[in-house]
Design a binder for this molecule. Structure first.
Ligand code: DMJ
Length: 456
């Protein structure tokens, strides 16, 4: 017998198929194929979503193998619903979006005596609530964002203005002073948008100061290191790269210029990027890679590149450097093809997996989408199709999508991060959907793929 959620999926899929089929009328073979691919992305998203609904509704995430709910901090903050909401809207899953909006409006409360990770909560929840508000006009979503923003503010109460890692949502107590540029420098899109939408400048000011303080801690050759102590301002780790721990700091320099027109951000970007190309870029076997170097000497310390680094072609393309973006994307795709799905980290010199997991990460898909957007080169849709085939083949589980603990053995792990809904499926879908699905020129995605609009 068909269960309620299955009927739901079936009905939603039929509507989407009709809408997408209508979009393919009178189109070329390539366009028709793209419509079919968008349908597949939509169907697979629904497979993951309906299982979240079935086994973990109202919780932060579904563990897809054990079919059990998981809450990051023991009490639900609705990570998956908030992260997925704007994807539901983009995919025109109206009934699911409405049900989710009601869940968020009625159940989400931040008045909780828990320490939360400021960075993750900002990019997933604050970013998700803000984009959801902009897409629906539901004032309750903005109120929730404002309440959350106020509860996060004590995180900046350090001697340097750089945020601690954790803040207690009820008491405002903070802890863990050792952090990194991604966590201190990727907050302004969300806090800044909150200021613009509420008229209260405090959010913009605090996050901007944090970004500037991060920038100030670059070395004399222009690189930032992976570790910062927010109390002393000292560097605790000199490893420099574009991978996790630093990645979105660079992303926000460009995107805050793009969204807010903040010239300081543009100047910080201009002062930062040449050092990345000079010291981190690495030509190996005719391909372009970005590895690790010591932030003070620029000496190469590791030839590692991975799933997180693969965001960089998107950022390069967005900032106008399409040629470099194309070259680096070729390397990312090589990494993907080594085992039919990308590892967390690859030693690109030895072409050997250095960290074997795949966490359903979106970055390589994001870059494929951006490159297709800027070039309209069908090569990127072909690349995306190959990635999607591997993604479905190895990560699809009976009850959702599962990360891999090893891309070589394809062993699954009981994990389906909310960013799979916010980002991975969204970018797959946008890569193949008709270009008017999203007004790219008037949208800036935060690092969790929540589209923010300059409505002020
Ligand atoms: C997401 O939470 C964000 O994209 C972040 O910037 C990096 N890691 C994950 C996805 O891989």
């Amino acid at each position: 017998m068909c269960e309620a959620t299955d009927v739901f999926v079936l009905r939603s899929s039929i509507f989407a198929v009709i809408a997408l089929a209508a979009a393919s009328c009178g189109k070329s073979r390539d366009d028709t194929h793209a419509v079919q691919m968008a349908e597949r992305a939509h169907t697979e998203f629904l497979h993951a979503w309906s299982n979240y609904e079935k086994y973990a509704w109202g919780h932060d995430a579904l563990r897809p193998l054990s079919k059990t709910p998981h809450d990051w901090y023991g009490e639900p903050l609705l990570m998956t619903p908030v992260d997925a909401f704007d994807t539901l809207i983009l995919m025109k899953l109206d009934a699911e979006a409405e049900k989710t909006r009601r869940l968020i409006d009625n159940e989400l409360s931040f008045d909780r005596d828990i320490y939360v990770k400021n960075f993750e909560i900002t990019i997933r929840l604050l970013g998700g609530l803000l984009s959801s508000y902009q897409l629906t006009g539901d004032k309750r979503l903005l109120d929730l964002a404002q309440d959350l923003g106020r509860r996060l503010l004590p995180v900046f109460n350090s001697p340097t203005g750089l945020p601690y890692v954790y803040v207690n949502l009820r008491t405002g107590a903070v802890r863990d002073p050792i952090t990194n540029p991604a966590e201190t420098g990727s907050l302004l899109l969300e806090f800044g948008t909150l200021s613009k939408l509420t008229g209260d400048p405090i959010f913009y000011d605090k996050a901007k100061r944090s970004l500037v303080e991060t920038f100030k801690r670059r070395s004399s050759i222009g690189l930032v290191g992976e570790g910062i102590n927010v109390e002393t301002g000292e560097c605790t780790n000199r490893d420099s790269h574009i991978s996790g721990g630093i990645d979105s700091y660079y992303e926000y320099l460009w995107k805050c210029w793009r969204l807010f027109g903040d010239r300081d951000c543009l100047e910080m970007w201009n002062a930062s990027i040449p050092a990345i190309h000079k010291y981190l870029a690495d030509e190996v076997g005719g391909g372009l890679w970005y590895g690790h170097a010591d932030m003070n000497s620029g000496r190469r310390t590791a030839t590692n590149y991975g799933a997180l680094d693969a965001f960089f072609p998107a950022l390069l393309a967005l900032s106008g450097d399409v040629d470099r973006a194309r070259r680096l994307q070729r390397s990312s795709f090589k990494m993907w093809n080594l085992h039919g799905i990308e590892p967390e980290v690859l030693d690109y010199k030895a072409m050997r997996v250095a960290s074997p997991g795949y966490h359903l990460r979106p970055e390589i898909v994001e870059s494929t989408y951006y490159l297709y957007h800027f070039t309209r080169d069908p090569e990127y849709r072909r690349m995306g199709e190959k990635m999607f085939d591997g993604f479905v083949k190895y990560c699809r589980a009976e009850s959702g999508y599962a990360a891999l603990s090893d891309v070589v053995t394809k062993q699954k792990r009981d994990e389906m991060e909310s960013f799979a809904f916010a980002e991975t499926f969204k970018y797959f879908y946008l890569l193949f959907a008709p270009s008017d699905t999203l007004d790219f020129d008037h949208v800036t995605f935060n690092t969790e793929a929540h589209p923010l609009r300059r409505t002020w």
